[in-house]
Design a protein around this ligand. Structure first.
Ligand SMILES: Cc1ncc(COP(=O)(O)O)c(C=O)c1O
Length: 367
């Protein structure tokens, strides 16, 4: 018999407050669902990945790099930071890399908040934010999304107190796909004191088509602005775990100080360098995703008229109490989506065939 390692009564060796914390929910395994349904394969539209595989040259670059995997990677991430700096027209001192941008968000909280300090964000937003706040000892302050499912930046500015150390602006917002525009972001930044770090999380920046949605990097003349980017989505490196931030050099240096040593692996560094050489292909893929996003949105609005316009590579169905049932109905037809109980369902844009399979499942669930 396998020793489960469990104790009765359960041991209390870790923080009691973690019991109340929701787990981060990864998308369900398509292999498991396919097995359960007796299908050759299932479709996963639950984790906001781009469906077109690794970019050309990435697999080879990673294979070459891991031939030296008995050595530690370059802790300074010099070549990659240099390449990112050139791409974005900033000094490498402004850049820090991490094990996904989610790790960088955590490092930023670690670098700014002491227990009891406030971390402010809109809600519903990226599900990692409350977990990051709680594990860092910071107090989460959540401002409800507006009626259009987006950030209410005026309400967020009004919620800043003298305990607020950091604000997260998720632009476009995961999971609703909405994006804040320049005029409202300008007004927000003017209202928030320069001693509060404003982190613009741009994990989905490459999918933005609305010219009024500003590139966070244009705000770097404000020393309290940090831009978070990831190579997991448009750049196809979700499995290698690599993200970066651009900030004032002092802020980037503080993050590099608190980062887990060597957490940007040599595979991630090599894969990212190879991916960055494929910017044209990334643009081509993003255009495919955007065209499909707009097609899927239009099709869904026949059944759910208030699907918000998305600026990301996913769409949001505000189904409220029907969210979980809708998710189950899609799974029964071999399509994994991401329900948020009582609130809505996020659906990642896949290939045209995958999207057709999803739309057929959605139609049978909603019609
Ligand atoms: C808004 C947002 N930020 C950050 C991330 C984290 O991306 P990664 O850690 O893969 O770089 C995600 C991933 O889903 C996201 O949706």
């Amino acid at each position: 018999m396998t020793d489960t390692g469990r104790h009765e009564p359960p041991l209390r060796l870790t923080r009691a407050d973690l019991d109340a914390l929701p787990n981060y929910v990864p998308g369900r395994s398509p292999a498991d669902l396919a097995r359960e349904l007796g299908l050759p394969e299932a479709i996963k539209l639950a984790s906001n990945e781009v469906p077109y595989g690794p970019l050309p040259g990435v697999v080879e670059a990673v294979a070459e790099a891991v031939a030296g995997s008995h050595r530690y990677p370059d802790m300074g991430v010099v070549a990659l930071r240099q390449a990112l700096a050139e791409r974005h027209g900033v000094h490498p001192d402004r850049i820090a890399t991490g094990c996904g941008s989610v790790a960088l968000a955590e490092h930023l909280v670690r670098a700014t908040c002491l227990p009891g300090d406030e971390l402010l964000y809109s809600w519903r937003s990226f599900e990692a934010y409350p977990i990051i706040a709680a594990t860092s000892g910071a107090t989460s302050v959540r401002v409800p999304n507006d009626a259009g499912h987006g950030h209410d930046l005026d309400a967020m500015a009004a919620a800043v107190t003298d305990r607020t150390r950091m604000v997260l602006v998720c632009n476009p917002n995961n999971p609703t796909g909405t994006a804040v525009r320049k005029a409202e972001l300008d007004r927000f930044l003017d209202a928030v004191g320069e001693d509060v770090l404003v982190v613009i999380d741009e994990a989905y920046r490459e999918f933005v088509t609305d010219a009024e949605v500003p590139d966070g990097l244009t705000y770097l003349d404000r020393p309290n602005v940090v831009v978070l980017r990831t190579l997991s989505k448009a750049w196809g490196l979700a499995g290698l775990r690599i993200g970066f931030l651009v900030a004032a050099p002092e802020v980037a240096a503080a993050v590099r100080k608190v980062v887990t040593p060597f957490s940007t692996s040599m595979a991630a560094q090599a894969g990212a360098l190879a991916a960055l050489a494929q910017a044209d292909e990334v643009q081509r893929r993003c255009a495919l995703v955007v065209a499909e996003r707009d097609r899927v949105t239009e099709a869904l609005r026949k059944f759910v008229p208030d699907v918000p316009a998305s600026q990301a590579n996913f769409v949001w169905l505000p189904l409220g109490d029907r969210a979980v049932g809708f998710g189950k109905a899609c799974e029964a037809r071999g399509v994994i989506v991401r329900p948020f109980p009582g609130d809505g369902v996020r659906v990642t844009i896949g290939t045209p065939a995958e999207n057709d399979a999803f739309l057929a499942a959605a139609e049978s669930a909603l019609a």
